[in-house]
Write a protein that binds this ligand. Structure first.
Ligand code: NAD
Ligand code: MG
Length: 397
């Protein structure tokens, strides 16, 4: 991590935010980092945000919940740290002069702030896959035009990024996205029909935020990642394969015309891909455990089951149809997952509602092209509305 870098973390209080700060702390302790924290943002956790700001001497902090602005000010009293509240303050944080912005807000809520940071020309370390699913062409064009780099944080995309020959993409025959299979990998549909939120968020390998944990249980996460991959790598969706690999040691693979398959391996710890994005193309030490192959002993693989995990099929259909379909799928899933976590709908309803919304959007309007932020936001809103209706209908039934 050569030279002084200014770093902003959007969504600093979450799982990825925590891991990013822990990598920075580790690098600093090892004399490997020379950085300043420009801005940190959170949704509602004032206490944690203020604590992080104090510890890392941030210049600016923003809380998305407008009603918490005074609490944040009170928590920062006596410190030379500016603060703001509301969506505009989070965008203002993104617009501040940082060289590296970690986009780690969960959901389409991360779209506008990430775009602001991209338009300013910062390197974008992208954890927030939903913003690519919602508006992939718009976000990647903004990064490209402003001259920043897109550094994928999602472990699969980070793995592919490390072994992908960007100079000869025509020599790539296949991307193989690995999936752990989630906590319900071996469950029957009947068993999944009564799965609770606590069971769904108990991921066997990774410790993550609640929303992505549920997405890992439905395999919607892998579906979103399939769509995400089409925006990061110049490879058509039908050359991207999904492979269940329960040990989560091979984080993904790239196959070339000569039959060579290149992979990136490591322990399932997000601090490794985060460290990669912080140092790239250099390497920096990370606090994650190193891989012990003898202990892992066995790597196994299975084809994904599209019958039990229909979210994978929906993601394929959405990216194949293009237009507003990926954004619609993402928005419907966000509403359904939030309702499931709140006890409003059953586990299997998540994919069922997502499918219902895709059907509604497809039949009602036909998949329009999606080229502006306004169109992406409109597609997101429409799908949210339809999903909310579907959730309400299930509650009434
Ligand atoms: P999380 O729920 O732990 O954290 C989310 C962060 O976003 C928090 O700081 C929260 O305050 C903030 N936030 C939530 N809603 C917001 C809103 N409406 N406006 C502004 N800020 C808001 O989630 P996470 O697990 O850290 O995941 C973050 C992103 O990274 C997601 O897009 C996820 O898919 C992706 N990701 C996470 C992991 C992982 O291991 N956790 C791995 C790969 C990708
Ligand atoms: Mg991933």
């Amino acid at each position: 991590m050569a030279g002084m870098r200014k770093i902003t973390i959007l969504g600093s209080t979450g799982s990825i935010g925590d891991s990013t700060l822990s990598v920075l702390e580790f690098a600093a302790r090892n004399g490997e980092a020379n950085f300043e924290i420009e801005a940190l943002t959170a949704n509602t956790n004032v206490e944690k945000l203020a604590e992080q700001a104090r510890k890392f001497n941030a210049k600016f902090v923003a809380i998305a919940d407008e009603t918490l602005g005074d609490d944040l000010k009170a928590a920062l009293v006596g410190l030379d740290i500016e603060s703001g509240a509301g969506a505009a303050a989070v965008e203002a944080a993104a617009e501040r002069d940082a060289d590296y912005v970690m986009a780690a807000i969960v959901g389409a809520a991360g779209l506008k702030p990430t775009l602001k940071a991209a338009q300013r020309g910062a390197d974008i370390a992208l954890a927030n896959k939903e913003c690519l699913v919602c508006a992939g062409d718009i976000v990647t064009a903004a990064i490209r035009e402003a001259g920043g780099r897109l550094l994928p944080v999602d472990s699969e995309h980070n793995a592919i990024f490390q072994v992908f020959d960007f100079e000869r993409p025509e020599r790539v025959t296949r991307l193989i996205l690995t999936a752990s299979g989630g906590p319900f990998r071996t469950w029957t549909t009947e068993e999944m029909s009564v799965a609770t939120p606590a069971q769904a968020v108990a991921h066997p390998n990774w410790s993550m935020g609640a929303k992505i944990s549920v997405d890992s249980a439905t395999l919607m996460n892998k579906g979103l990642e399939l769509i995400e991959a089409t925006y990061i790598f110049p490879i058509p969706h039908d050359q991207i394969e999904i492979l269940v690999h329960p040990q989560s040691v091979i984080h993904s693979m790239v196959e070339y015309v000569d039959g060579s398959v290149l992979a990136q391996l490591g322990t399932p710890d997000m601090r490794t891909p985060i460290a990669t994005t912080l140092a790239w193309p250099d390497r920096a030490p990370s606090p994650s455990a190193k891989l012990n192959f003898a202990e892992v002993a066995k790597l196994t693989f299975e084809a994904p089951d599209l019958e039990r995990f229909p979210a994978l099929r929906l993601a394929r259909e959405a990216i194949k149809a293009g237009g507003i379909m990926p954004a619609s799928l993402n928005a419907a899933n966000e509403i359904a997952v939030a309702s499931f976590l709140a006890g409003g709908i059953k586990f299997l309803d998540i994919a069922a509602i997502s499918e219902q919304v895709l059907d509604g959007v497809g039949k009602g309007n036909g998949p329009a092209a999606l080229t502006t932020l306004e169109e992406a936001v409109a597609a997101d809103r429409q799908a949210r509305r339809l999903a909310e209706q579907a959730v309400a209908a299930r509650a009434a039934a």
